[in-house]
Design a protein around this ligand. Structure first.
Ligand code: PBG
Length: 328
């Protein structure tokens, strides 16, 4: 049917009909909130990330309470490890009395209903800033790293992590993590695999936050993170991780990779999550502050785009701001 019998604008004329015919929507339930934590007794601001802090324990409890009040289902914890505790093998990652296991344990006691996710990767713990251990030529070793990651995931799950999230991009790590969890009797721990994680300049503010920028010393992670030119390869990565036992898949970065989210949502039944990473957060804030647009409107639009593309949830540093707006 052609114009004028079909007028696409009819369904855009008023607020009620726009709401009634919306194909996607955003709710606090769609948000997973990444938080940086450190061992200090005072929180310190993260450069380039307005309103984001490396939290001390007391402030972490405050933010956890805030998450519950705002209806955010879960938080993800990222550690800031002091340089003196970093080693080439990242041994601190296996310390069951380390920062993250201690905080997870306390968190699950204080706020049992708040989901807690923990990253599985060695970069916060290695003196060279890579996600795994290296050979003498500086190449990241796959199988040796996978063995350590499986132990790290077990430490995190024993401490009480509801979701473990391997973000390292080694081959075969999901199977190793799943087997280790089952062997330890941890059959309800969920694995969110960072399945399609691209090598990206957008991780800059995060690396500054956890102090791995300096450790990396100008080196990049292209030897294990995906090539931004590739699309089909993401499907191969995701299929492998599902076969290996992942419960959920993640695409990262977020907004520049909506095509990958869409492909994934069409190809798999498993929940697809997106990570709106630190650089995306910084960009939107910077443009908002420069007066280019209304920051809140841009934030809400960016988050809705993930839902439209097919993501079931989004990791975002905007989680509390967005949830607060959604509740009003
Ligand atoms: C590390 C990890 C990174 C992020 C999450 N986990 C950085 C990296 O791979 O170098 C980035 C998140 C962000 O930029 O917000 N395994």
């Amino acid at each position: 049917m052609k114009f004028p019998r079909t007028r696409m604008r009819r369904l855009r004329s008023d607020d009620f009909i726009r709401r009634l015919t919306a194909e996607s929507s955003l709710s606090p339930n769609d948000l997973l909130w990444p938080l940086f934590v450190h061992d200090g007794n005072k929180s310190s601001p993260v450069p380039a990330m307005a309103e984001v802090f490396r939290l001390c324990a007391d402030d972490l409890w405050r933010q956890a309470e805030r998450a519950l009040i705002l209806g955010i289902p879960a938080v993800a914890l990222f550690p800031v490890i002091p340089p003196e505790n970093k080693t080439p093998q990242g041994e601190e990652a296996l310390n069951d009395n380390g920062l993250i296991p201690r905080l997870i344990g306390e968190m699950k006691k204080k706020f049992p209903e708040l989901g807690v996710m923990a990253d599985v990767a060695l970069d916060p713990y290695t003196s060279h800033g890579h996600d795994g251990v290296r050979d003498d030529k500086g190449r990241v070793l796959n199988d040796e790293t996978v063995e350590i990651l499986a132990r790290q995931a077990t430490v995190l799950a024993v401490a009480g992590a509801d979701i473990v999230a391997p973000s390292d991009m080694m081959d075969g790590r999901i199977a190793a993590v799943r087997d280790a969890l089952e062997a330890a009797g941890l059959n309800n721990t969920k694995i969110l695999s960072y399945a399609a994680k691209y090598a990206s300049v957008y991780y800059g503010p995060f690396r500054d936050a956890v102090g791995s920028t300096g450790s990396l010393g100008g080196k990049d992670k292209r030897g294990y993170q995906m090539n931004p030119a590739n699309r089909k390869e993401a499907i191969a990565e995701m299929r492998l991780d599902l076969d290996e036992g992942a419960d959920m898949l993640l695409v990262k970065p977020g907004l520049p990779y909506l095509d990958i989210i869409s492909d994934a949502a069409n190809a798999f039944e498993a929940p697809i999550l997106a990570y709106q990473v630190s650089g995306e957060y910084a960009m939107l804030n910077a443009a908002g502050e420069a007066g280019c647009f209304d920051k809140n409107a841009a934030m809400m639009k960016s988050l809705l785009a993930f839902k439209r593309a097919g993501a079931c949830a989004v990791l975002s540093y905007f989680a509390p701001q967005a949830a607060a707006l959604l509740r009003n």
